[in-house]
Design a binder for this molecule. Structure first.
Ligand SMILES: [Zn+2]
Length: 392
C-alpha cells in the first residue's frame, strides 16, 4: 500500500537565496491573482470556471504579453502549480459536501506565500541537511530534525511569521496493515457531547471557539475603534489574528487526539453520513418561512462547524486506513428515534433531549448512546450486505 506523507522543516536560506525566494513567491502570487481575475470574469459573463488545462495554458499566453515580459524570468513549474491550486480551490468551493470559501486574492506579506517544486528527482536533490532547488536557488540549508523516508515527489517552500519552511511530500510503500483490535464501535456526534460511543463512553465538547469567543469579541471591538491601517490598528489586527490561530490549533489538537484514541481501539467505526454544508444551508433556506427556527438552527450550525465534524471524519478515515481498520458511513435518518431493542421507530421514544424510552417495549437508555448503538447496528448491516460501505 502506498501512503503519502509530508515532512516539514525550517529552511535556512542565505540573504541571496531569501531574496530569490521572495521574487519567486511574488511571481506565483501574481499568477494566482491574474488567474483568479480571469476566473471571476468568466463567472461574471455566465461561463463556467475554466478547466485546469485551460488555466495552465494561460501561463504561456501571459509570457507572450509585452507588459508581462518579466514573467519569462519566473520558474514555470511554480506558476503552473499555483494555477493548479487555484483550480482545486474552485473545485472545493463548488463541492457541496465541503464548506470551503471562494478563493481570494493574495496580498503581499500575509503569511500565504508558497511555491511548489515538482519532479523532485529531476530538478532537485536532497543531501544531508541541504536541498538543491532549481531556478538559481542552488543548495539551501535546513534544520533537519528527523530523517526523510520514502520517495520525495515534490516539495513546497512557504513563508510564515518571519520564517521560511520547506515541506517534502513523500510516497512510501508500507505493508498492508492489520488492525490490532477486532472491536467495532458506533459514533454519534452531538452538541452537548462532542462524541458518544456505543460502548457508553463519550468525549466532552470542544467549543474552542466558545471558550475564546469572549476574548476575541473584546479584541475585535478594540480593533473596530482604531483608525484603519494605523500602527495601532496593525498591532491590534495581529493580536486578533493570533487569537484566531490559537483557536484553530486547539481545535486541530483536540480532533487529532480524539480520532487517534477511537481509531487505535476499534477496527470498525460506524458514523452518520452527515452533510455539514447541507445542514448549514438549510438554516438560510428556512429563513423566510420559519423565522423562529432560524436562530436556533443557525446556532446549531455554527456549533457543527465549530466542532469540526467534517475534519473529524476525515481524520478518522485516514487514521483507520493507516491502522488497517475501516470507517463505515451510514444513513442518518431516525438514528435517534429507533429502539435498539425492538426496532420500533417513533418520535415518542424520545421524550426529552437526553432520555430515550421505547413506547413499545419500555427499553430505556441515554439518548446519545441509543443513537450510537443504532449507528453501529446499521454499520454491521451495511457490511453484511456487502455494499460498498467504505466512506468515500
Ligand atoms: Zn423497543
Amino acid at each position: 500500500m502506498h501512503i503519502r506523507k509530508a515532512y516539514k522543516f525550517r529552511l535556512q536560506p542565505t540573504a541571496e537565496q531569501t531574496a530569490r525566494l521572495a521574487v519567486l513567491c511574488g511571481h506565483a502570487r501574481f499568477v494566482w491573482n491574474q488567474g483568479l481575475r480571469y476566473c471571476l470574469e468568466k463567472l461574471d459573463s455566465g461561463e463556467k470556471i475554466p478547466s485546469a488545462f485551460e488555466l495552465n495554458k494561460l501561463v504561456t499566453q501571459w509570457k507572450k504579453q509585452d507588459d508581462l515580459a518579466w514573467l519569462k524570468e519566473a520558474y514555470t513549474d511554480n506558476l503552473q502549480q499555483k494555477l493548479k491550486d487555484l483550480h482545486s480551490a474552485w473545485m472545493r468551493c463548488f463541492d457541496r459536501s465541503l464548506s470551503a470559501e471562494k478563493p481570494r486574492f493574495k496580498k503581499k506579506g500575509k503569511n500565504q506565500d508558497s511555491i511548489r517544486f515538482v519532479n523532485f528527482n529531476k530538478y532537485c536533490q536532497l543531501e544531508g541537511n541541504r536541498v538543491k532547488l532549481p531556478s538559481k536557488l542552488g543548495w539551501v540549508k535546513f534544520c533537519k530534525s528527523q530523517g526523510v523516508q520514502g520517495t520525495i515527489k515534490n516539495c513546497t517552500v512557504s513563508f510564515k511569521s518571519g520564517h521560511w519552511y520547506i515541506s517534502f511530500q513523500v510516497e512510501q510503500e508500507i505493508a498492508e496493515p492489520k488492525h490490532s483490535s477486532t472491536s467495532a464501535v458506533g459514533v454519534d456526534v452531538g452538541i452537548a457531547k462532542f462524541v458518544t460511543l456505543s460502548d457508553g463512553s463519550h468525549l466532552k465538547p470542544l467549543n474552542a471557539f466558545g471558550k475564546h469567543e469572549k476574548r476575541l469579541a473584546i479584541e475585535q471591538r478594540k480593533l473596530s475603534k482604531k483608525v484603519k491601517f494605523s500602527a495601532n490598528w496593525q498591532k491590534q489586527k495581529a493580536k486578533t489574528q493570533k487569537l484566531h490561530t490559537r483557536i484553530a490549533n486547539c481545535r486541530k489538537d483536540y480532533l487529532h487526539k480524539s480520532s487517534f484514541e477511537i481509531s487505535k481501539n476499534h477496527a470498525m467505526i460506524a458514523i452518520e453520513d452527515l452533510r455539514v454544508s447541507n445542514m448549514s444551508k438549510s438554516a438560510k433556506g428556512d429563513a423566510e418561512q420559519h423565522g423562529k427556527n432560524v436562530k436556533a438552527k443557525s446556532g446549531l450550525n455554527k456549533s457543527i462547524l465549530d466542532q469540526g465534524w467534517y475534519e473529524f471524519r476525515r481524520q478518522l478515515e485516514y487514521k483507520q486506513l493507516w491502522n488497517g481498520g475501516l470507517v463505515v458511513a451510514v444513513p442518518a435518518q431516525y438514528t435517534s428515534q429507533t429502539c435498539p431493542c425492538c426496532g420500533h421507530v417513533s418520535k415518542e421514544n424520545r421524550q426529552t433531549q437526553a432520555q430515550f424510552e421505547c413506547v413499545e417495549c419500555g427499553y430505556t437508555n441515554n439518548a446519545d448512546i441509543v443513537g450510537a448503538l443504532n449507528i453501529l447496528e446499521r454499520g454491521h448491516r451495511l457490511l453484511a450486505c456487502g455494499e460498498s460501505a467504505l466512506a468515500a
